[in-house]
Ligand binder design. Sequence first.
Ligand code: ATP
Length: 521
Amino acid sequence: DPEKMEKIVSLCKRKGFIFQSGELYGGLNGCWDYGPLGAELKRNLKDYWWRKNVQERDDILGMDGSILTHQAVLTASGHVGGFSDPMCDCLLTKARLRADQIDPQTGTAYHYTGASHEESGFSVEKPYSVLVTGPNADENKARKTAKQYYAQFLSDKQIAPKKLSLQGESTSEEVDTIQYNPENGSLLTEAREFNLMFQTKMGASSDDNDPNAVAYLRPETAQTIFVQYKNVLDISRVKLPFGIAQIGKAFRNEINPRNFTFRSREFEQMEIEFFCRPEDGLALTEEWLERRLTFYAEIGVPREKLHVLDVPDGERAHYSEKTYDIEYEFPFGIQELEGVAYRGAYDLGKHQEASGKTLEYFDEETKERFIPHVVEPSAGCDRTVLAVICEAYDVEDLTKEGGKKDVRTVMRFKPCVAPIKAAILPLLKNKPELVAKAKEVQALLQPHVNVAYDATAAIGRRYRRQDEVGTPFCITIDFETLGEEGGEDLKDTVTIRHRDSMEQERVKISDLLGWLLPRLA
Ligand code: ATP
């Protein structure tokens, strides 16, 4: 549903959730800035993840590693040699494209046209050359241009035209492909591996060939955990199974960043490396999958909207016996939010080999020494924020029979992640007693939760404004609060208006914190 996505992107900008980075200068592709509300939302999500996975567990410890990473770490892990995506050039626009999918049976590479390639509407890839048109592309134009292109190509190469075969094929994503299947092998541009890591130089060395001056921005937080595993083990009294958790930035020079924040070049991960005895690895992978699915439901991404992909043989990393991808139904398609991978002893084994230092675990009961296995739930923070936003977005028709059209946009965030927990609204801004009381309520709540104060516009408009940014509770200070209406019983009470049901109730100011806090957990 591209229209829904457009509305969400526009709301995010209008309300200050997410802006394009460097927008003032035309934008920095693949980078995003979180505005005031986005920053709160993202921080709430990270805090919730940390609370559930670190604070409330005895067997997981936290860490916060550096982003600049020693070259040797990423050489040992295999990233320097092989962290790459297949890249090809579009022969029509010269744009560089990532092959999204390579069909293992036919070797055909597909690229789904997206924002990066909207203008031409198609692209060419390896090992067979495939022109792909997106749902928005002009199919006839694409076919015609494809034929013209191939005719030209064949004549340039002096290949007899009869060898050309163009096939139309519709896939479930409604992407039309026109396939050239040359009998004499591949042509055109060859797909080549493009390393996704950002390399940088450390220090003032001017020698470009000094290998000690090369560092990388980490492409995942995981490796910082593996190379500190031994230190954490030594300083704590943890026994297997135990985990190390980290939230932090990762960087990948994605060939085509797209789908809003979904695929960015700078993003945050929330990762746990859960170390265990080899015989427990598979069972723990299942356990973590279930635990992570529950987590998503708690933050407002229900189980029905998630898909679990049991990644088949041949598509998993070679060292992984089991990998699940947790996918979400984004408006732009079903896409990965998190991977839960059983990585065996691969990473620690590689670092032990490369560093020459033992990373073995000594089991005091059995007197055994071995390299622990690891189960890794690796979630993308920005992708989760995006899923939470997409899931929360709702347009509700409140038009009464025979009445004026009345539609409200409401972000149905779970209170635990909502950027603003409560809005404090004096009924009128020009009545000093109402304002003073409202400021008192604000001072009461502010040390505990993020609140908003709004005294402008009619109260109904202010409620709708808060609905649009997902504030679960509006607290109105009215004449009853002051004891000027409704009698002594209502004095020093406030109206609480619920975002989802729009129902109202009265709560004593002295009970307000005790009422509110459990509802935000
Ligand atoms: P993809 O196949 O979408 O490129 P991946 O399988 O390479 O993702 P992992 O290496 O498993 O991703 O990284 C773990 C998580 O980090 C992903 O599930 C995703 O949530 C997040 N992530 C990875 N790449 C990006 C990116 N470019 N932008 C935002 N989040 C990302």
